[in-house]
Design a protein around this ligand. Structure first.
Ligand SMILES: NC(=O)c1ccc[n+]([C@@H]2O[C@H](COP(=O)([O-])OP(=O)(O)OC[C@H]3O[C@@H](n4cnc5c(N)ncnc54)[C@H](O)[C@@H]3O)[C@@H](O)[C@H]2O)c1
Ligand SMILES: [Zn+2]
Length: 298
């Protein structure tokens, strides 16, 4: 990096912090905020190309579901042991108007139970901790299903203990024909993790809720806003997936400033007021501190 480039990136770091110090915030996070908790993302430089199972594959037959649940059974044991990092904790202190996450790991909910309780965390793609029956739509905890899978497949996890971990709770495993998949205890239907698979749409009401919060950032009227609009802060996402990128487009179109903190290029770089190529844990910690120390609400 040249001296001038270094100076300008230091300047934008400070300018972004100043902008984020006392504004209303909507935050959009991606897999990058969880890498410091040991959960791999999809698109860090050098990540192997992956093809996660699509919804159409999942519902196409029992073999595919055996493959899915056998791999997920092992992956869950690993993802389940991850704990929130400094970035998740900083977001709890930042206390945004709305925290939209593309992550399915549940770490924001763990780090910010107050925010979760007040309904201000939207897991856009669902959470791997929840299971849904495709027939009767009953929701059940994944932990309970894990116990049923363990009982039905005794010794199976131990026999495959050395397979490699992959993002979003998957593992590299090919031999899955002998894995027994439990059905819905209520109706015998097919169980699926309550996450949005590729080939599925994010539920409309969930998107509408996020859009509303993003649109509200453009509002500067009323005493409580003191003439100031809010900011959309994106942390740790390549924005390659449209379901997240659309919020950046919407904010930029309304003239709402967008700050992106991500190591590596994102699809929203052209729309960003500031783009910072730094670690999310470090940056979010600085944002939290500046809001607590400054005139912010946090
Ligand atoms: N933890 C999870 O729940 C998890 C993990 C992998 C994938 N997914 C799913 O797959 C999709 C992936 O899209 P995405 O945009 O969220 O992730 P992505 O993998 O496309 O992008 C993550 C970005 O974060 C950057 N990054 C990684 N660690 C960072 C750090 N510490 N500081 C700053 N930048 C860092 C990477 O370089 C990359 O550009 C999502 O829709 C999500 O549902 C979820
Ligand atoms: Zn059912």
């Amino acid at each position: 990096m040249t001296l001038a480039a270094e100076a300008s990136s230091t300047d934008s770091y400070a300018a972004a912090l100043a902008l984020l110090q006392d504004r209303r915030l909507v935050v959009l996070t991606g897999a990058g905020v969880s890498t410091d908790s040991g959960i791999p993302d999809y698109r860090s430089p050098g990540s192997p190309a992956r093809q996660p199972m699509t919804y159409q594959q999942f519902v196409s037959g029992p073999r595919e579901r055996q493959r899915y649940w056998a791999r997920s059974h092992l992956g869950w044991r690993r993802m389940g042991s991850a704990v929130p990092n400094a970035g998740h904790r900083a977001l709890a202190a930042i206390d945004p108007e709305l925290l939209i996450t593309q992550n399915v790991d549940g770490l924001h909910e763990q780090a910010a139970p107050e925010l979760a309780r007040s309904g201000r965390i939207v897991p856009l793609h669902g959470r791997v901790a929840d299971v849904i029956c495709l027939s009767c739509r009953t929701l059940s905890p994944r932990r309970a299903l894990q116990e049923r899978m363990e009982a039905l497949n005794a010794g199976w996890a131990e026999a495959h203990a050395d397979v490699e971990s992959r993002p979003d709770g998957d593992v590299a495993l090919e031999e899955t024909q002998d894995f027994v998949v439990p059905d819905c205890e209520v109706c015998g239907g097919i169980l699926k993790p309550d996450v949005v698979f590729f080939g599925e749409n994010v539920p409309k009401e969930r998107v509408a809720r996020c859009m509303e919060a993003v649109d509200a950032l453009a509002d500067t009227r009323g005493e409580q806003h003191e003439g100031k609009g809010g900011v959309l802060l994106v942390a740790g996402s390549s924005l390659a997936v449209m379901s997240g990128y659309r919020f950046v487009r919407r904010a930029a179109k309304a003239g709402t400033p967008v700050v992106i903190v991500n190591r590596g290029a994102t699809r929203g770089d052209g729309e960003a007021t500031y783009k910072l190529e730094v670690g999310t844990s470090e940056f979010l910690t600085d944002v939290a501190q500046s809001r607590i120390g400054g005139s912010g609400r946090a």
